[in-house]
Design a protein around this ligand. Structure first.
Ligand SMILES: [Zn+2]
Length: 461
């Protein structure tokens, strides 16, 4: 059955099976997950379905590396040898390997290494940067899902891409393997507009991939440089764009003399992940990011409490069938309005679609220059007996426009003690203090101005 035409029932059955295989592999092969399953007293063998995995508490990068040390993220990498391979390889791969083993072929150790050894790394991360590992088998998955991405965005082998993305990033790796998987030429000149202009002149792109916040500026620079963009039919915004970024990109695209049917589409790798999800061409970007249900399990949690939710919430990702760095119930820091399981009204693909994604919304820059993880702040405030209520307000300081984070507290008893206690817990959980702590009356908190990120976390422009 095609990956994008499975009934709900068939998809659930497949995902249950893949969850069992993945949890077994991850619990056996990764130092972090071995300890984690022991800590929560949930033997991996009991996690046999999507629903059961959904009740495993979600974790993020700060849970694996509380100090933000990138080296600690290596605990997510699966270390397996021949025994792991025999336990976790898929049936056909295993049968082929065992035939090679029986005839003492040198190909046998190669097949084992292909599935178990991390060979390739891409950079990712929210509060800090860290590398995620891929095995050769994982890179095959990147190529396979990349070929699907090509079809989702309405591209063919005749398309040619110029990708202005950061070298070494997971986005770079995903686009590289997507072009390989689709059989399309692709150039990766880096993010310097002069280099991108040179590449686009040498090989006029039909697809231009660029980080969403940089798209409008890059197009303006290419126009200025006289770069021919007549063949450009897909502007691929990498990172779920905000409405402002999308609108600016559309305006810029209209200015550069692109092909008549040119569209702006988004593609996104959530933090920690490796597979690139895209919006479909027939939708013109209106129906959300299309995921790959045989490799991704997408769920939501309440961003303040980390508890499972079916409302808008933080995207939690479990990778199915990837064997380098392993993500299970991974808090991505992305806020999502909803996960739509109905067939896409534009392209009819029956895959979970992520609608209304706000990338990395839960980790913000502060006036110290260091990113602050709002999930840690909320975790330190949620459920405190000495607080009746609280709010976190993120915004620019009027004086100089620098980003700051103000925590408003409504204590139940002694305000001084409650503020000191909350501050200490925020420091312990988030690694730093907010810009300001304000003690307020309970009733005043509901009147604070700002766009709600979650119920208690607000953004001010
Ligand atoms: Zn679609």
């Amino acid at each position: 059955m095609a990956w994008d035409r499975q009934s709900d029932k068939a998809r659930q059955r497949l995902q249950d099976q893949l969850v069992r295989e993945q949890v077994r592999a991850v619990a056996a092969g990764s130092a972090y997950w071995k300890k984690r399953f022991a800590d929560i007293a949930r033997p991996a063998a009991t996690v046999t379905t999507v629903d059961k995995l959904g009740s495993v508490p979600a974790v993020g990068e700060r849970d694996v590396s509380p100090t933000g040390d990138p080296a600690a993220m290596a605990a997510l990498v699966l270390h397996g040898g021949e025994r792991h391979f025999a336990l976790h390889a898929s049936g056909p791969t295993l049968r082929k390997a065992l035939r090679k083993k029986a005839i003492r072929s040198r190909e046998y150790p190669r097949i084992v290494a292909r599935e178990t050894r991390a060979t390739s790394y891409g950079w990712t991360g929210l509060g800090f940067r860290y590398p995620v590992a891929s095995t050769r088998g994982d890179l095959d998955v990147l190529a396979r899902t990349g070929a699907r991405l090509w079809s989702v965005i309405g591209a063919t082998a005749d398309d040619a891409m110029v990708a202005a993305v950061t070298p070494g990033s997971v986005e770079h790796e995903a686009l590289h393997y997507a072009a390989l998987g689709a059989g399309s030429p692709a150039l990766f000149p880096g993010v310097d507009p002069a280099e991108v202009a040179l590449a686009a002149t040498l090989a006029p792109p039909t697809i231009l991939a660029v980080a969403a916040p940089a798209a409008a500026e890059l197009l303006a620079a290419l126009q200025e440089a006289g770069t021919p963009l007549r063949q450009l039919r897909t502007l691929l915004l990498i990172g779920a764009p905000s409405e402002d970024e999308r609108a600016a990109a559309r305006r810029a695209l209209a200015e550069v003399g692109a092909a008549g049917d040119a569209v702006v589409l988004a593609a996104h790798v959530p933090s920690g992940g490796r597979l690139l999800w895209a919006e479909c061409r027939p939708s013109g970007g209106g129906t959300g990011l299309h995921s790959y249900p045989d490799y991704d399990l997408v769920q939501l949690v309440d961003a303040e409490t980390g508890e499972p939710t079916t409302d808008a919430g933080e995207l939690v990702l479990s990778q199915l069938g990837l064997r380098g760095s392993a993500l299970l119930r991974w808090r991505t820091g992305d806020l999502v309005a909803s996960i739509d399981h109905a067939p896409c009204p534009a392209c009819q693909r029956q895959v979970p679609r992520l609608v209304g994604v706000r990338r990395a919304a839960l980790v913000v820059a502060t006036d110290t220059g260091r990113p602050l993880d709002l999930r840690s702040v909320a975790g330190a405030l949620a459920g405190r007996a000495d607080l009746a209520d609280w709010r976190v307000v993120v915004g620019s300081r009027a004086r100089d426009g620098r980003q700051q984070v103000v925590v408003h507290l409504a204590p139940t008893s002694d305000p001084g003690e409650a503020a000191v206690g909350a501050a200490a817990d925020i420091r312990a959980a988030a690694g730093m203090l907010p810009s300001q702590l304000v003690v307020a009356e309970d009733g005043d908190l509901g009147r604070l101005a700002g766009q709600p990120l979650t119920r208690r976390m607000l953004v001010r422009r």
